[in-house]
Design a protein around this ligand. Structure first.
Ligand code: UD1
Ligand code: CA
Length: 467
């Protein structure tokens, strides 16, 4: 990109988040499983600027840590006292030499901004050789936003904050998105002359427009094509509104790419999730992290899938899966809990009310009903009967169970680990298995059964006499 080497970006995220009523910085509140700041920095990175500075203040250590570990090339700058948006930009002045000629200033609370709009903003500034271009939008309900005041010819005169606006100014519906592209030299010439004589006693960056205009500098406006991109988050109601918009954006992109989402309003899918073609996402699903869902899957209602790979053709129904790898054509649920480090082969069934943890289940094996499988390796074509448990914990450490190919485990079996069941063995229902079972053996461990002749008749008589 031609302008990149001349472009620096300043993101203002030092504010106290007063209206959020929060102990953490607003920029770190999540929408669609990622902090607000993530979306802004991702859009900014796409336009490839020379450098990016995030101004931090309120709970700065948390933002610092987040930026360092997730966007290592980006610098944070400390604004000690949060005296207003102009004061926040001034915190970057000490890096003036490193800054490009074009300065993009963005607030840390508008995560819907797309890189295409940022590109247009910078291009407009360059093409019109303006001192500043203000990205604006028209709002049906402009309350809370700074109003753009123009003269009769449509030239920008100033921006007036809601708190300082007259009744007539409040009727204006052209609002400031708080995103600007400035000429570095003219920005720093004017910014220090801004005072805090306003109702909030803050140094408003918006006041720079009037200063520039009065000094004869050229200030232009650019109307954002999709007004939703300018939505800011100041309180938790706006947080939920913006999350809805972001979720719709993610879901619509998925649908455009060939995924059926039956009720997009009820499905929460993270921005880094990948879903392949012809998969169907039923209502009330939550798919997050780095999950990858293969093609032709059906993710049934009320499923929660996190950081999991699901092979094509698999069906997941009302289940929770975390940090697992599910093979092709599996059938999972309803109501199962698949925990980290579980890996399944092809055509595996994990049925109703099962819990599986840190286990490998090979091709065609089944754990159909009410079982716990933990720290276990299950071979192929194994059947685990209902209510069976791998007893992996002895109160001190976790022990392993190995079940080899073609084993049949009868219902209600306790496999007390460490234990191995050899190839082709059968374990009779109700057994408590504490010793290894060699290949092709039938293991049975239970008290012997007595059938007492007419005992049932005598039992009933005794009971009925008492009543
Ligand atoms: C700001 C604009 C308003 C615009 C609106 C759009 C000003 C004075 N007003 O108002 O015209 O319509 O955004 O969303 O700029 N911040 C700092 N340091 C500070 C103060 C704020 O870094 O000392 C940061 C905040 O963390 C926030 C951003 O600047 O990310 C904007 O501040 P905020 O208080 O949200 O401004 P608005 O009242 O929304
Ligand atoms: Ca704001």
């Amino acid at each position: 990109m031609s302008y990149s080497k001349n472009l620096s970006v300043i993101i203002l995220a030092a504010g106290k988040s007063k209206r959020m009523k929060s102990e953490i910085s607003k920029a770190l509140h999540n929408i669609c499983y990622q902090p607000i700041l993530y979306y802004i920095l991702s859009s900014v990175n796409k336009i490839n600027p020379k450098n990016v500075f995030v101004v931090v203040g309120h709970r700065s250590e948390l933002i610092d840590k987040y930026v360092k570990s997730n966007f290592p090339g980006i610098k944070t700058v400390y604004q000690k006292k949060q005296l207003g948006t102009a004061h926040a930009v001034l915190a970057v002045k000490k890096y003036r030499k490193d800054l490009g000629e074009d300065i993009l200033v963005l607030p840390g609370d508008c995560p819907l901004i797309a890189s295409g709009s940022l590109k247009k903003l910078v291009n407009r500034k360059i093409k019109t050789s303006s001192a500043a271009v203000v990205l604006m939008t028209t709002a049906s309900n402009p309350k809370g936003y700074g109003r753009i005041i123009k003269d009769r010819k449509g030239n920008v005169l100033k921006i007036v904050e809601e708190a300082d606006a007259t009744y007539a100014e409040k009727q204006m519906n052209e609002v400031n998105s708080s995103m600007y592209c400035f000429d570095k030299k003219i920005l720093f010439e004017n910014i220090e002359n801004i005072d805090s004589k306003n109702s909030q006693k803050e140094y408003y960056l918006t006041d720079i427009v009037e200063k520039m205009v009065k000094n004869g500098n050229k200030v232009a406006c650019l109307k954002i094509s999709n007004s939703k991109e300018a939505l800011g988050i100041n309180d938790r109601i706006q947080l939920s509104k913006v999350e809805k918009v972001m979720q719709m954006t993610i879901n619509e992109k998925m649908m455009q790419d060939g995924v059926t989402i039956k009720d997009p309003g009820s499905c929460y899918i993270g921005g880094s999730v990948k879903i392949e073609r012809d998969s169907v996402i039923e209502p009330f699903c939550f798919i997050k992290g780095k999950s990858i869902i293969g093609s032709n899957c059906v993710i049934g209602p009320f499923s929660q899938i996190t950081n999991t790979k699901v092979g094509s053709g698999s069906k997941i129904n009302s289940s929770v899966i975390i940090d697992a790898v599910i093979g092709r054509n599996n059938n999972i649920g309803p109501h199962s809990y698949i925990r980290p480090d579980t890996v399944t082969g092809e055509n595996v069934k994990i049925g109703a009310f099962c819990e599986v943890k840190k286990s490998k289940i090979n091709n065609r094996s089944k754990v159909p009903h009410l079982s716990y499988v933990g720290d276990t390796e299950i071979g192929s074509s194994v059947n685990i009967g209902a209510s069976s448990v791998t007893v992996n914990y002895d109160g001190y450490r976790k022990n392993k169970t190995i079940i080899e190919d073609n084993v049949f485990i009868g219902s209600d079996t306790m496999l007390v680990a460490p234990v191995r069941v050899g190839k082709g063995a059968v374990v009779a229902a109700g057994s408590v298995i504490t010793d290894d079972v060699p290949s092709n053996c039938l293991a049975i461990e239970r008290g012997s059964q007595k059938n007492i002749k007419d005992g049932a008749i005598r039992y009933r008589k005794k009971k009925e006499m008492k009543e």
